[in-house]
Write a protein that binds this ligand. Sequence first.
Ligand SMILES: NC(=O)C1=CN([C@@H]2O[C@H](COP(=O)(O)OP(=O)(O)OC[C@H]3O[C@@H](n4cnc5c(N)ncnc54)[C@H](OP(=O)(O)O)[C@@H]3O)[C@@H](O)[C@H]2O)C=CC1
Ligand SMILES: O=C(O)C1=N[C@H](C(=O)O)C[C@H](O)C1
Length: 245
Amino acid sequence: MIKVGVLGARGRVGLEVCNAVEAAPDLELVAALDKDDAIEGLQGAEVVVDFTHPDVVMGNLEWAIAHGVHPVVGTTGFDTGRLETVRGWLAKFPGTNCLIAPNFGIAAVLMMHFAQQAAKHFESVEIVELHHPNKADAPSGTARRTAELVAEARAKAGLGAMPDATSTEIGGARGADVGGVRVHAVRLSGLIAHQEVLLGGDGEILTIRHDTMSRAAFTPGVLLGVRRVRELPGLTVGLQPLLDL
Ligand SMILES: NC(=O)C1=CN([C@@H]2O[C@H](COP(=O)(O)OP(=O)(O)OC[C@H]3O[C@@H](n4cnc5c(N)ncnc54)[C@H](OP(=O)(O)O)[C@@H]3O)[C@@H](O)[C@H]2O)C=CC1
Ligand SMILES: O=C(O)C1=N[C@H](C(=O)O)C[C@H](O)C1
């Protein structure tokens, strides 16, 4: 049995994770903590799942890594600076590993992977992410990571800047620039989490779309991370390596 703690246990995703851990025969839910619960309640957990808030996740990670609890992190807001800080903490505690994935949905991971593969074949790529209006961060962690993967693939293929004649703009109209890839964020009641990657070339458009229909969609990927994190040394970013992609 793997002893699992959950941070953000009363949140939209945390609730689903607690239910999934409790239903899994090889996992034991030993702590379900939310805002205002002392983090020391994680003592005794081997793995901690974090679905909290970008403002608090770094403090949670610092505590967990220093106490030998392997974090599996869904909370977003990670840029290269934050990832470097986590690597620094892990270097001080080499027995502890950490998995940070901007999206635990298997289909979402495939969408990112397909976008990365397709990127080198197209002159233009833009990303539109669409989420529920309670989301704290924009653009989404998934969109940010997709843009980074697309930018890496374009650089590797020797592609330069995308065509764009915009010379007059109301601020924000062309979205955020993530490594040269434009990312547009929609916040709309009724949505959960959705993304389109638009790839344009010579007389052809390829659209790769992903839709999250229920937050239970994140739990198989989270449980995969919980089962595997102890054998993944250091920091792993994204679920791709666990899916043999
Ligand atoms: N990687 C992935 O696959 C996915 C990632 N996410 C990300 O996960 C995060 C959470 O999303 P979601 O569940 O929708 O958000 P919610 O706001 O529904 O849940 C977050 C929960 O964490 C609680 N919380 C706040 N601070 C702390 C703390 N210090 N310790 C413990 N709990 C705390 C919140 O309490 P209170 O409400 O009182 O502040 C709330 O109950 C976001 O960053 C989101 O982008 C979401 C879906 C999938
Ligand atoms: O806040 C959310 O809801 C989600 N957050 C993650 C992100 O920012 O990419 C994953 C998914 O999009 C749902």
